[in-house]
Design a protein around this ligand. Structure first.
Ligand SMILES: Nc1ncnc2c1ncn2[C@@H]1O[C@H](COP(=O)(O)OP(=O)(O)O)[C@@H](O)[C@H]1O
Ligand SMILES: [Mg+2]
Length: 369
Protein backbone atom coordinates (compact mmCIF):
# COMPACT_ATOMS: atom_id res chain seq x y z
CA UNK A 1 0.00 0.00 0.00
CA UNK A 2 1.47 3.33 -0.85
CA UNK A 3 -0.71 5.97 0.66
CA UNK A 4 0.32 9.57 0.18
CA UNK A 5 3.17 8.52 -2.03
CA UNK A 6 3.17 11.93 -3.70
CA UNK A 7 4.55 13.34 -0.47
CA UNK A 8 7.69 11.31 -0.86
CA UNK A 9 9.62 13.79 -2.98
CA UNK A 10 9.39 17.15 -1.23
CA UNK A 11 11.97 19.71 -2.34
CA UNK A 12 12.95 20.69 1.18
CA UNK A 13 13.23 18.71 4.37
CA UNK A 14 12.09 20.01 7.78
CA UNK A 15 15.75 20.57 8.63
CA UNK A 16 16.07 22.85 5.55
CA UNK A 17 13.07 24.84 6.71
CA UNK A 18 14.44 25.12 10.21
CA UNK A 19 17.78 26.39 8.85
CA UNK A 20 15.94 28.97 6.73
CA UNK A 21 13.96 30.19 9.73
CA UNK A 22 17.12 30.52 11.82
CA UNK A 23 18.80 32.50 9.00
CA UNK A 24 15.83 34.91 8.84
CA UNK A 25 15.99 35.47 12.59
CA UNK A 26 19.69 36.18 12.31
CA UNK A 27 19.11 38.78 9.55
CA UNK A 28 16.70 40.65 11.80
CA UNK A 29 19.27 40.64 14.60
CA UNK A 30 22.06 41.88 12.31
CA UNK A 31 19.90 44.73 11.02
CA UNK A 32 19.04 45.81 14.53
CA UNK A 33 22.67 45.74 15.58
CA UNK A 34 23.66 47.78 12.51
CA UNK A 35 21.31 50.60 13.56
CA UNK A 36 22.80 50.66 17.02
CA UNK A 37 26.33 50.78 15.59
CA UNK A 38 25.48 53.55 13.11
CA UNK A 39 24.25 55.63 15.97
CA UNK A 40 27.40 55.09 18.04
CA UNK A 41 30.06 55.69 15.36
CA UNK A 42 28.54 58.42 13.24
CA UNK A 43 30.07 61.98 13.43
CA UNK A 44 26.99 63.63 12.10
CA UNK A 45 24.98 66.11 14.15
CA UNK A 46 22.60 64.63 16.67
CA UNK A 47 19.69 65.79 14.55
CA UNK A 48 21.10 64.10 11.41
CA UNK A 49 21.68 60.93 13.39
CA UNK A 50 18.12 61.07 14.62
CA UNK A 51 16.82 61.57 11.11
CA UNK A 52 19.00 58.76 9.80
CA UNK A 53 17.86 56.48 12.58
CA UNK A 54 14.20 57.21 11.96
CA UNK A 55 14.72 56.35 8.27
CA UNK A 56 16.62 53.22 9.14
CA UNK A 57 14.10 52.17 11.70
CA UNK A 58 11.35 52.49 9.12
CA UNK A 59 13.33 50.26 6.77
CA UNK A 60 13.98 47.78 9.54
CA UNK A 61 10.34 47.82 10.60
CA UNK A 62 9.24 47.12 7.02
CA UNK A 63 11.89 44.48 6.58
CA UNK A 64 11.01 42.91 9.90
CA UNK A 65 7.37 42.69 8.89
CA UNK A 66 8.29 41.10 5.57
CA UNK A 67 10.52 38.65 7.34
CA UNK A 68 7.88 37.87 9.93
CA UNK A 69 5.42 37.13 7.14
CA UNK A 70 7.95 34.95 5.46
CA UNK A 71 8.62 33.23 8.77
CA UNK A 72 4.92 32.54 9.15
CA UNK A 73 4.78 31.06 5.65
CA UNK A 74 7.82 28.92 6.34
CA UNK A 75 6.37 27.72 9.61
CA UNK A 76 3.18 26.71 7.81
CA UNK A 77 5.18 24.89 5.14
CA UNK A 78 7.17 23.16 7.84
CA UNK A 79 4.01 21.96 9.61
CA UNK A 80 2.61 20.67 6.32
CA UNK A 81 5.85 18.92 5.53
CA UNK A 82 5.93 17.27 8.96
CA UNK A 83 2.40 16.03 8.38
CA UNK A 84 3.25 14.63 4.96
CA UNK A 85 6.28 12.95 6.44
CA UNK A 86 4.26 11.30 9.22
CA UNK A 87 1.70 10.15 6.68
CA UNK A 88 4.43 8.71 4.55
CA UNK A 89 5.85 6.90 7.56
CA UNK A 90 2.40 5.59 8.39
CA UNK A 91 2.02 4.41 4.79
CA UNK A 92 5.37 2.66 4.93
CA UNK A 93 4.39 1.04 8.20
CA UNK A 94 1.15 -0.16 6.63
CA UNK A 95 3.11 -1.54 3.74
CA UNK A 96 5.41 -3.53 6.01
CA UNK A 97 2.46 -4.75 8.06
CA UNK A 98 0.77 -5.76 4.82
CA UNK A 99 3.83 -7.68 3.70
CA UNK A 100 4.16 -9.36 7.08
CA UNK A 101 0.48 -10.26 7.09
CA UNK A 102 0.76 -11.76 3.61
CA UNK A 103 3.76 -13.80 4.78
CA UNK A 104 2.02 -14.98 7.94
CA UNK A 105 -1.11 -15.82 5.96
CA UNK A 106 0.99 -17.97 3.66
CA UNK A 107 2.71 -19.67 6.62
CA UNK A 108 -0.60 -20.45 8.30
CA UNK A 109 -2.18 -21.56 5.07
CA UNK A 110 0.09 -24.53 4.43
CA UNK A 111 -0.30 -26.35 7.78
CA UNK A 112 -3.99 -25.44 7.85
CA UNK A 113 -4.44 -27.18 4.55
CA UNK A 114 -2.78 -30.43 5.56
CA UNK A 115 -4.36 -30.45 9.01
CA UNK A 116 -7.75 -30.01 7.28
CA UNK A 117 -6.96 -32.85 4.89
CA UNK A 118 -5.90 -35.09 7.77
CA UNK A 119 -8.91 -34.29 9.93
CA UNK A 120 -11.14 -34.92 6.91
CA UNK A 121 -9.46 -38.29 6.43
CA UNK A 122 -9.75 -39.16 10.15
CA UNK A 123 -13.45 -38.29 10.03
CA UNK A 124 -14.05 -40.71 7.15
CA UNK A 125 -11.90 -43.38 8.79
CA UNK A 126 -13.70 -42.90 12.12
CA UNK A 127 -17.07 -43.44 10.44
CA UNK A 128 -15.76 -46.76 9.07
CA UNK A 129 -14.20 -47.76 12.39
CA UNK A 130 -17.41 -46.98 14.27
CA UNK A 131 -19.33 -49.20 11.88
CA UNK A 132 -16.80 -51.94 12.49
CA UNK A 133 -17.06 -51.34 16.24
CA UNK A 134 -20.84 -51.65 16.12
CA UNK A 135 -20.48 -54.94 14.28
CA UNK A 136 -17.87 -56.12 16.79
CA UNK A 137 -20.10 -55.20 19.74
CA UNK A 138 -23.02 -57.09 18.20
CA UNK A 139 -20.76 -60.07 17.69
CA UNK A 140 -19.57 -59.83 21.31
CA UNK A 141 -23.21 -59.95 22.49
CA UNK A 142 -23.70 -63.25 20.65
CA UNK A 143 -20.34 -64.62 21.80
CA UNK A 144 -20.87 -63.63 25.43
CA UNK A 145 -23.35 -66.48 26.09
CA UNK A 146 -21.25 -69.09 24.35
CA UNK A 147 -17.99 -67.97 25.94
CA UNK A 148 -19.26 -67.08 29.40
CA UNK A 149 -16.40 -68.90 31.12
CA UNK A 150 -13.72 -67.92 28.67
CA UNK A 151 -11.07 -65.54 30.18
CA UNK A 152 -10.78 -63.85 26.74
CA UNK A 153 -14.42 -62.78 27.08
CA UNK A 154 -13.82 -61.38 30.56
CA UNK A 155 -10.83 -59.43 29.31
CA UNK A 156 -12.84 -58.03 26.43
CA UNK A 157 -15.56 -56.83 28.81
CA UNK A 158 -13.03 -55.18 31.14
CA UNK A 159 -11.46 -53.27 28.26
CA UNK A 160 -14.92 -52.31 27.01
CA UNK A 161 -15.79 -50.83 30.40
CA UNK A 162 -12.52 -48.94 30.66
CA UNK A 163 -12.81 -47.29 27.23
CA UNK A 164 -16.21 -45.73 28.02
CA UNK A 165 -17.21 -46.74 24.56
CA UNK A 166 -20.65 -45.09 24.54
CA UNK A 167 -19.16 -41.72 25.42
CA UNK A 168 -16.55 -42.01 22.67
CA UNK A 169 -19.11 -43.11 20.10
CA UNK A 170 -21.23 -40.07 20.91
CA UNK A 171 -18.44 -37.46 21.14
CA UNK A 172 -15.90 -38.31 18.44
CA UNK A 173 -17.97 -37.42 15.34
CA UNK A 174 -19.03 -34.08 16.88
CA UNK A 175 -15.45 -33.21 17.88
CA UNK A 176 -14.26 -33.92 14.34
CA UNK A 177 -17.05 -31.84 12.78
CA UNK A 178 -16.22 -28.95 15.08
CA UNK A 179 -12.52 -29.22 14.23
CA UNK A 180 -13.30 -29.13 10.52
CA UNK A 181 -15.52 -26.08 10.99
CA UNK A 182 -12.76 -24.32 12.94
CA UNK A 183 -10.23 -25.13 10.25
CA UNK A 184 -12.56 -23.80 7.56
CA UNK A 185 -12.89 -20.61 9.59
CA UNK A 186 -9.10 -20.29 9.81
CA UNK A 187 -8.82 -20.88 6.07
CA UNK A 188 -11.42 -18.17 5.37
CA UNK A 189 -9.61 -15.64 7.57
CA UNK A 190 -6.25 -16.50 6.07
CA UNK A 191 -7.63 -16.13 2.54
CA UNK A 192 -9.11 -12.74 3.48
CA UNK A 193 -5.83 -11.68 5.09
CA UNK A 194 -3.93 -12.65 1.98
CA UNK A 195 -6.38 -10.85 -0.24
CA UNK A 196 -6.38 -7.78 2.00
CA UNK A 197 -2.64 -7.46 2.35
CA UNK A 198 -1.89 -8.31 -1.24
CA UNK A 199 0.53 -5.56 -2.25
CA UNK A 200 -1.21 -2.97 -4.36
CA UNK A 201 -0.03 -2.41 -7.89
CA UNK A 202 -1.08 1.20 -7.47
CA UNK A 203 -2.99 0.87 -10.71
CA UNK A 204 -6.75 0.94 -10.88
CA UNK A 205 -8.46 -2.39 -11.51
CA UNK A 206 -12.09 -3.08 -12.29
CA UNK A 207 -13.32 -5.02 -9.30
CA UNK A 208 -16.44 -6.24 -7.61
CA UNK A 209 -16.71 -4.06 -4.50
CA UNK A 210 -18.72 -6.86 -2.88
CA UNK A 211 -15.50 -8.90 -2.60
CA UNK A 212 -13.61 -6.03 -0.99
CA UNK A 213 -16.43 -5.51 1.51
CA UNK A 214 -16.55 -9.22 2.43
CA UNK A 215 -12.79 -9.47 2.79
CA UNK A 216 -12.62 -6.37 4.96
CA UNK A 217 -15.49 -7.49 7.16
CA UNK A 218 -13.72 -10.83 7.74
CA UNK A 219 -10.35 -9.25 8.45
CA UNK A 220 -11.85 -6.67 10.82
CA UNK A 221 -14.17 -9.14 12.58
CA UNK A 222 -12.32 -8.90 15.86
CA UNK A 223 -12.80 -5.12 15.85
CA UNK A 224 -16.58 -5.21 15.64
CA UNK A 225 -17.87 -8.59 16.78
CA UNK A 226 -17.95 -7.76 20.50
CA UNK A 227 -19.84 -4.51 20.06
CA UNK A 228 -22.02 -4.84 16.99
CA UNK A 229 -23.96 -6.92 14.54
CA UNK A 230 -22.67 -6.19 11.08
CA UNK A 231 -24.86 -6.35 8.03
CA UNK A 232 -23.83 -5.93 4.41
CA UNK A 233 -26.27 -4.82 1.84
CA UNK A 234 -24.91 -4.88 -1.70
CA UNK A 235 -27.14 -4.27 -4.72
CA UNK A 236 -27.45 -7.30 -7.02
CA UNK A 237 -26.70 -5.37 -10.18
CA UNK A 238 -23.73 -3.47 -8.78
CA UNK A 239 -21.38 -2.56 -11.66
CA UNK A 240 -17.66 -3.17 -11.34
CA UNK A 241 -15.66 -0.25 -10.02
CA UNK A 242 -12.34 0.93 -11.48
CA UNK A 243 -10.38 1.59 -8.31
CA UNK A 244 -7.29 1.02 -6.20
CA UNK A 245 -8.55 -2.13 -4.50
CA UNK A 246 -6.30 -1.99 -1.42
CA UNK A 247 -7.06 1.63 -0.73
CA UNK A 248 -10.80 1.06 -0.97
CA UNK A 249 -10.42 -1.88 1.43
CA UNK A 250 -8.36 0.29 3.77
CA UNK A 251 -11.02 3.03 3.65
CA UNK A 252 -13.82 0.58 4.51
CA UNK A 253 -11.68 -0.85 7.31
CA UNK A 254 -11.07 2.61 8.80
CA UNK A 255 -14.79 3.41 8.69
CA UNK A 256 -15.77 0.08 10.27
CA UNK A 257 -13.21 0.53 13.06
CA UNK A 258 -14.51 4.06 13.73
CA UNK A 259 -18.09 2.76 13.76
CA UNK A 260 -17.13 0.04 16.26
CA UNK A 261 -15.39 2.60 18.49
CA UNK A 262 -18.40 4.94 18.37
CA UNK A 263 -20.71 2.06 19.31
CA UNK A 264 -18.39 0.87 22.09
CA UNK A 265 -18.64 4.36 23.62
CA UNK A 266 -22.43 4.10 23.81
CA UNK A 267 -22.36 0.54 25.18
CA UNK A 268 -20.39 1.77 28.17
CA UNK A 269 -23.49 3.69 29.18
CA UNK A 270 -25.24 0.32 29.40
CA UNK A 271 -28.35 1.30 27.42
CA UNK A 272 -28.07 -1.51 24.87
CA UNK A 273 -26.08 -4.71 24.53
CA UNK A 274 -24.90 -4.40 20.96
CA UNK A 275 -24.98 -1.86 18.19
CA UNK A 276 -25.43 -2.23 14.46
CA UNK A 277 -23.14 -1.46 11.55
CA UNK A 278 -24.52 -1.56 8.03
CA UNK A 279 -22.30 -1.43 4.97
CA UNK A 280 -24.19 -0.87 1.78
CA UNK A 281 -23.19 -0.41 -1.84
CA UNK A 282 -25.33 0.52 -4.80
CA UNK A 283 -25.23 2.53 -8.00
CA UNK A 284 -26.24 6.16 -7.72
CA UNK A 285 -26.19 7.76 -11.18
CA UNK A 286 -22.62 7.87 -12.43
CA UNK A 287 -21.29 6.86 -9.02
CA UNK A 288 -20.92 3.76 -6.95
CA UNK A 289 -22.14 4.76 -3.54
CA UNK A 290 -20.72 3.08 -0.49
CA UNK A 291 -22.24 3.73 2.91
CA UNK A 292 -21.03 2.77 6.34
CA UNK A 293 -23.68 3.41 8.94
CA UNK A 294 -23.57 2.97 12.67
CA UNK A 295 -25.83 3.60 15.64
CA UNK A 296 -22.96 4.79 17.81
CA UNK A 297 -22.37 8.01 19.67
CA UNK A 298 -22.72 10.32 16.67
CA UNK A 299 -20.42 13.28 16.00
CA UNK A 300 -20.96 16.55 17.89
CA UNK A 301 -21.78 19.40 15.47
CA UNK A 302 -18.87 21.42 16.88
CA UNK A 303 -16.25 19.03 15.53
CA UNK A 304 -18.00 17.77 12.41
CA UNK A 305 -15.98 19.93 10.02
CA UNK A 306 -12.68 18.82 11.52
CA UNK A 307 -13.03 15.04 11.46
CA UNK A 308 -11.31 14.70 8.08
CA UNK A 309 -8.33 16.80 9.22
CA UNK A 310 -5.12 14.82 9.55
CA UNK A 311 -4.34 14.08 13.21
CA UNK A 312 -7.71 15.23 14.46
CA UNK A 313 -8.83 12.74 17.08
CA UNK A 314 -11.05 12.69 20.14
CA UNK A 315 -9.69 9.32 21.21
CA UNK A 316 -7.14 8.48 23.87
CA UNK A 317 -3.51 7.96 22.89
CA UNK A 318 -3.10 4.42 21.63
CA UNK A 319 -6.68 4.13 20.43
CA UNK A 320 -6.75 6.91 17.86
CA UNK A 321 -4.18 8.66 15.73
CA UNK A 322 -6.56 10.90 13.82
CA UNK A 323 -5.35 9.58 10.51
CA UNK A 324 -8.18 7.21 9.61
CA UNK A 325 -10.60 9.68 8.08
CA UNK A 326 -7.80 11.74 6.51
CA UNK A 327 -6.76 8.60 4.66
CA UNK A 328 -10.37 7.83 3.69
CA UNK A 329 -10.76 11.38 2.41
CA UNK A 330 -7.56 11.24 0.41
CA UNK A 331 -8.54 7.85 -1.04
CA UNK A 332 -11.97 8.98 -2.17
CA UNK A 333 -11.32 12.57 -3.23
CA UNK A 334 -7.66 12.67 -4.31
CA UNK A 335 -7.13 9.15 -5.61
CA UNK A 336 -10.54 8.48 -7.14
CA UNK A 337 -12.00 11.92 -7.87
CA UNK A 338 -14.94 10.97 -5.74
CA UNK A 339 -16.98 12.68 -3.07
CA UNK A 340 -17.40 12.05 0.62
CA UNK A 341 -19.76 13.32 3.24
CA UNK A 342 -20.93 12.41 6.67
CA UNK A 343 -24.41 12.57 8.13
CA UNK A 344 -24.45 12.36 11.87
CA UNK A 345 -26.65 13.05 14.82
CA UNK A 346 -25.37 13.02 18.34
CA UNK A 347 -26.76 10.12 20.31
CA UNK A 348 -28.25 8.53 17.18
CA UNK A 349 -25.34 7.54 14.95
CA UNK A 350 -23.36 8.39 11.85
CA UNK A 351 -23.34 7.49 8.19
CA UNK A 352 -20.31 8.01 6.00
CA UNK A 353 -21.26 8.29 2.34
CA UNK A 354 -18.56 7.66 -0.24
CA UNK A 355 -19.18 8.18 -3.94
CA UNK A 356 -16.74 6.73 -6.46
CA UNK A 357 -17.08 7.66 -10.14
CA UNK A 358 -17.89 4.55 -12.19
CA UNK A 359 -16.24 6.10 -15.18
CA UNK A 360 -12.78 7.36 -14.36
CA UNK A 361 -11.71 8.37 -17.91
CA UNK A 362 -7.95 8.33 -17.73
CA UNK A 363 -5.95 7.13 -20.71
CA UNK A 364 -3.02 6.18 -18.46
CA UNK A 365 -5.11 3.75 -16.45
CA UNK A 366 -6.04 0.60 -18.37
CA UNK A 367 -9.08 0.10 -16.14
CA UNK A 368 -10.37 3.58 -17.01
CA UNK A 369 -10.27 3.58 -20.81
N1 LIG B 1 -18.45 6.67 13.13
C1 LIG B 1 -18.09 7.65 13.95
N2 LIG B 1 -18.89 8.00 15.00
C2 LIG B 1 -18.54 9.00 15.84
N3 LIG B 1 -17.41 9.73 15.73
C3 LIG B 1 -16.57 9.43 14.72
C4 LIG B 1 -16.87 8.39 13.77
N4 LIG B 1 -15.86 8.34 12.88
C5 LIG B 1 -14.99 9.30 13.23
N5 LIG B 1 -15.39 9.95 14.33
C6 LIG B 1 -14.72 11.09 14.99
O1 LIG B 1 -13.74 11.58 14.12
C7 LIG B 1 -12.45 11.55 14.71
C8 LIG B 1 -11.39 11.28 13.66
O2 LIG B 1 -11.49 9.96 13.15
P1 LIG B 1 -10.23 9.28 12.52
O3 LIG B 1 -9.64 10.19 11.50
O4 LIG B 1 -10.60 7.93 12.06
O5 LIG B 1 -9.20 9.22 13.71
P2 LIG B 1 -9.20 8.29 15.02
O6 LIG B 1 -10.20 7.20 14.79
O7 LIG B 1 -7.81 7.79 15.10
O8 LIG B 1 -9.58 9.21 16.14
C9 LIG B 1 -12.56 10.49 15.80
O9 LIG B 1 -11.64 10.70 16.83
C10 LIG B 1 -14.00 10.66 16.26
O10 LIG B 1 -14.11 11.73 17.17
MG1 LIG C 1 -10.21 5.99 13.07
Amino acid sequence: MSLFSEASTPGLTPADYERKLAARDKTIDVLKRRIAQEARHSHATPFAILEQNVGLEKVVARKTMELENERHELEKALAELRLAQTQLLQAQKMESIGQLAAGIAHEINTPTQYVSDNVGFIKGATDSLLKLLNAALALAEVAREKMADDPAMAEFDTTLKRTKIDFLRRQIPGALDESLEGLEHIARIVAAMKEFSHPSKNVKERIDVRDVINTTVTVARNEWKYVAELETNVADNLPQLPCLRDMVGQAILNLVVNAAHAIADTLQEGVKEKGRIVISAFQNGDYLELRVQDDGSGIPAAIRDRIFDPFFTTKAVGKGTGQGLAIVYSTVVDKHNGKIRCESEEGVGSTFILQFPLNCRNEDEPACK
